[in-house]
Design a protein around this ligand. Structure first.
Ligand SMILES: Cc1cc2nc3c(=O)[nH]c(=O)nc-3n(C[C@H](O)[C@H](O)[C@H](O)COP(=O)(O)OP(=O)(O)OC[C@H]3O[C@@H](n4cnc5c(N)ncnc54)[C@H](O)[C@@H]3O)c2cc1C
Length: 386
């Protein structure tokens, strides 16, 4: 299914597709059966190849040695990486453009540029046991003490906490009646893992719960300026929500192809299953919804590339995340149904995606929260303003 796309985006689409097909997909079942963990040699090879291809630098400004690709091309890359289960594509870190607005030169040199080189990995600590969806109600605190800040709080579901060397830590500043983001080195005294639950998907990246107990860090680790509050975390949300849309498109495309291939080969009553109208309807709904999803995801990326108003863009990214993640879940459900009992086996791609895609309706803001954002934006700005 071809949709309008710049030649640059198409070029990156091919690069990412080759990478996903040759480096990642062959290891999906092995990863699934080994808690998401692959032998070091394969993990390192995949990461190294991603760095060579420039994936760690696609959103980095050229002034800092990056590729500064338009978001359209970035979506083309992440869409192809979304074809693979087990988060195998999370094998490389990604420095994002907002980090270059947010961070001091020293912070860039110590944290962000090493990410671009593949030497550092981050994790993001926002969610808490109380405030989950309600990110405005965070309870973790950062209190100034001389040249330091002292951090306290409990952070839940910190993805890649087991692999990362630093945290983005979002906290309330009681003295300023504001919020801020901090860079915190993994291993700083006072940081403790208090739980490491298992989740439905099979990832090498865990999602531990951390307690920060009087964690003392230099004041220079604060990111941005007074008054910046949650603005960088919102930048992160916009980026991630758009890329969840991209990956969900890739996942749905793969599922449709795999389900169709299976239905073509499986004989029922002496004829291919794909000749049954009930099966064709499931595939037809899936491909129609994928078409709409791809158009909206690429359009949202291009509107950001054209410099769309940031509030309107925020709503668009929410629409993409909401619609496309839910679309991919519907497609995965249908794919399991088409595969029948085989679709319930852990070695089956539909079974893995059926579990793995579920979280895309929860993390980076649940579907309900995306609806709240879209609804509020519509009320404030009207239909032409979003
Ligand atoms: C695997 C995984 C990885 C994650 N990784 C990270 C991470 O790296 N960093 C991080 O900070 N967080 C992470 N999260 C947390 C994730 O962002 C939250 O789970 C999510 O934002 C929802 O918060 P909650 O779980 O507390 O649910 P709650 O906020 O308790 O919501 C429960 C239900 O209530 C609904 N609800 C809540 N408020 C409203 C409302 N106002 N109106 C209508 N319905 C509402 C929700 O939509 C949901 O259905 C991760 C979560 C998972 C599962």
């Amino acid at each position: 299914m071809q949709i309008p796309m710049s030649s640059e985006a198409r070029r990156w689409q091919k690069i990412a597709r080759d990478y996903a097909d040759d480096y990642l997909q062959p290891h999906e079942v092995e990863a699934e059966l080994n808690d998401g963990v692959l032998p070091d040699a394969i993990t390192n090879r995949n990461k190294q190849r991603a760095i060579e291809l420039g994936f760690t630098a696609i959103d980095v400004p050229k002034s800092h040695g990056g590729l500064e690709l338009p978001l359209e091309a970035q979506v083309a890359i992440w869409e192809q990486l979304g074809r693979v289960t087990n988060a195998l594509s999370l094998c490389f870190p990604e420095a994002q453009s907002w980090m270059f607005d947010a961070c001091s030169e020293d912070q860039l040199n110590r944290y962000i540029l090493p990410m671009m080189r593949g030497e550092h990995k981050e994790c993001y600590a926002i969610t808490e046991s109380g405030p989950g969806s309600d990110v405005a109600g965070l309870e973790a605190t950062a209190e100034r003490d001389g040249e330091d800040y002292v951090l306290n709080g409990e952070k839940w579901y910190v993805t890649s906490g087991n692999l990362a060397n630093f945290f983005w830590f979002q906290a309330r500043l009681p003295e300023e009646d504001d919020e801020a983001l901090f860079l915190v080195d993994q291993g700083t005294a006072g940081i403790e893992i208090i739980a490491n639950p298992k989740f439905s998907h099979t990832y090498a990246s865990h999602h531990p719960t951390y307690r920060f107990d009087n964690v003392r860090i230099p004041a220079t680790q604060r990111v941005g300026q007074p008054g910046d509050g949650m603005s960088y975390t919102h930048s992160w949300f916009r980026h991630e929500r758009l890329m969840i849309g991209a990956r969900s498109c890739g996942a749905a495309a793969r599922l449709i192809e795999e389900a169709l291939a299976f239905a073509d080969g499986r004989l029922v009553d002496g004829a291919p299953l794909s000749e049954k109208q009930a099966i064709q309807f499931m595939l037809a709904d899936s491909v129609t919804e994928l078409y709409a999803s791809r158009l909206m995801t690429y359009d949202a990326a291009r509107s950001a590339d054209r410099g769309n108003d940031v509030k309107a863009q925020h709503a668009r990214c929410s629409m993409v995340k909401l619609y496309v993640s839910e679309m991919a879940n519907r497609v995965a459900d249908r794919a399991v149904q088409i595969f029948g009992g085989r679709g319930y086996m852990r070695e089956n791609v539909a079974e893995r995606f059926f579990r793995e895609l579920r979280v895309d309706r929860i993390w980076e803001g649940t579907s309900e929260i995306q609806r709240l954002i879209i609804g509020r934006s519509l009320k404030k700005r009207g239909l032409d303003g979003i």
